[in-house]
Design a protein around this ligand. Structure first.
Ligand code: HAM
Length: 435
């Protein structure tokens, strides 16, 4: 019998694990630089938490089960509902703004394809409290910060943003409200993922009247949000029936653009009415991060979700954030050849030149490790040349060679070998290792 991994899952052999850690380290470092604290939640929750407000798409992708006590549970497909649950439980004790991040392992029963798996890691960055576009912009800054650390530039990736609030105002002005609006948004979210004729057919099914379709397409094709124009002028340009809420949504987009500019990341971002987001809980600014060629699925997605905490039984507290997956990001980093040499390096590889010195080798390795150095040795008693080859394969910087006439240190890169006083190495390693 042969056991294989389940479709859509990955084994992380050491090389893949190094890549995963390299990405997660950048996420964690950027989170801390930008003032976020780490949290985590259970890997499974009550099913209802995820069906309450995430939307039909995610609900249809749940891995759910009934436990022995008859409870309906699901493996988390995203962490945002768990975050809302956790914050709701301690809302009065938590100083605001709540700036939290997490790197959960998530599962979605998707059809596995390039960039989409059934199990993946997703960096989440959220700010709870401020109903201010500054918080949306700070989340985007944090995403850009991590991507910069990984070597990406604004020519490689772009944050495409729009306003779910403005879109729902546009739909309302065309007579599309409530559930109808939700259905139309779900179709619009698929615009870039579907062939044009299929998209048109689905849109006309969801919308009904042709006037409304023309209005939607006019809005989608409208250009930019000019910082210097008035909301009224922008609305007129996009054919938007300029009610107070629509004008307010345009002003928020302008404020958001101003903050991106002030943070120095305006060149990483662009207004794009095509961004709708598949999840049902977004209420304001929304965004997706795409590769510049737009040949891959989204690297990240997020936005403002001011009602979710309340829908999940808490007070009406505003929130905004994003999730960035490791799968598409990894593909892009490899395509751009940004993954450097991630091999683990040991500081020292201890070698003997005759088997009777082996007990000294392991004694020295023990002492080197006790002072915090990464030290390795060979399990096989073999000649010095073979042990040094092994040292090389392990990426050792230096080898210590124990001989009957004393100890020697060899620089693996230059090949230079000098006598080594072991007491000195153990009491002041930096002076011997040159670091
Ligand atoms: P989402 O758009 O469902 O948002 O996922 C965000 C990102 O997670 C995607 O852009 C993608 O990189 C990654 N992702 C999603 N599904 C998969 C998959 N099956 N395989 C690989 N990667 C995937 C959310 O999950 C929101 N909860 C994000 C959020 C946080 N909004 C506010 N705060």
């Amino acid at each position: 019998m042969k056991f294989i991994p389940v479709k859509g899952t990955r084994d992380f052999y050491p090389e893949a694990m190094r890549m995963r850690n390299w990405i997660a380290d950048a996420w964690r470092a950027a989170s801390l630089r930008n003032g976020f604290e780490e949290y985590d939640s259970p890997i499974f929750e009550y099913l209802d938490l995820f069906t309450a407000k995430s939307g039909d798409e995610i609900a249809s992708q749940l891995f759910n089960f009934t436990d022995r006590g008859g409870r309906n549970l699901a493996i988390r497909p995203e962490i945002t509902p768990s975050l809302a649950r956790m914050v709701n439980a301690k809302i009065n004790a938590l100083p605001r703004p709540i700036k939290w991040f997490s790197i959960p392992r998530l599962c979605r029963a998707e059809n596995p394809q390039k960039g989409r798996l059934r199990e993946f890691f997703q960096w989440n960055v959220d700010i709870i409290g401020p109903q201010d576009e500054l918080a949306d912009a700070e989340c985007v800054l944090t995403a850009v910060d991590a991507m910069r650390q990984l070597g990406l530039t604004s020519s490689d990736v772009q944050v495409h943003y729009s306003s779910r609030e403005l879109l729902s105002e546009v739909l309302e002005s065309l007579g599309i409200t409530d559930q109808g609006a939700g259905e139309v948004m779900a179709v619009l979210d698929k615009r870039n993922k579907l062939p044009a004729d299929k998209f048109d057919a689905m849109l006309s099914d969801a919308v009904g009247g042709s006037d409304a379709i023309a209005g939607i397409l006019r809005f989608l094709d409208a250009g930019s949000i000019d910082a210097s124009a008035s909301p009224e002028e922008i609305a007129a340009d996009a054919g938007i029936n300029a009610g107070e809420k629509a004008l307010g949504a345009i002003a928020k987009l302008q404020a958001f653009g101003g903050y991106l500019d002030a943070f120095g990341i305006a060149d990483w971002c662009r207004y794009d009415t095509g961004i709708v987001r598949g999840l049902a809980y977004y209420t304001g600014i929304v965004y997706e991060i795409m590769d510049a060629g737009e040949s891959l699925r989204a690297i990240a997605g997020g936005g403002r979700y001011d009602n979710l905490l309340e829908v999940l039984g808490g007070p009406g507290v505003a929130a905004s954030g994003f999730g960035m997956g490791d799968v598409v990001l990894g593909i892009l980093l490899e395509e751009k050849q940004l993954v450097g040499d991630l091999a683990d390096r040991v500081d020292l590889f201890v070698v003997d030149d005759s088997p009777e010195l082996f007990s000294e080798v392991i004694n020295l390795v023990g002492r080197l490790r006790s002072i915090g150095l990464a030290a390795e040795f060979s399990y096989k008693r073999q000649n010095v040349g073979k042990q040094l080859k092994q040292a090389d394969r392990r990426g050792a910087r230096k080898a210590i060679i124990l001989r009957n006439d004393g100890a020697f240190i060899k620089d693996m890169a230059s090949g230079e070998q000098t006598a080594c006083v072991l007491d000195e190495l153990l009491s002041d390693p930096a002076s011997v290792l040159g670091r």
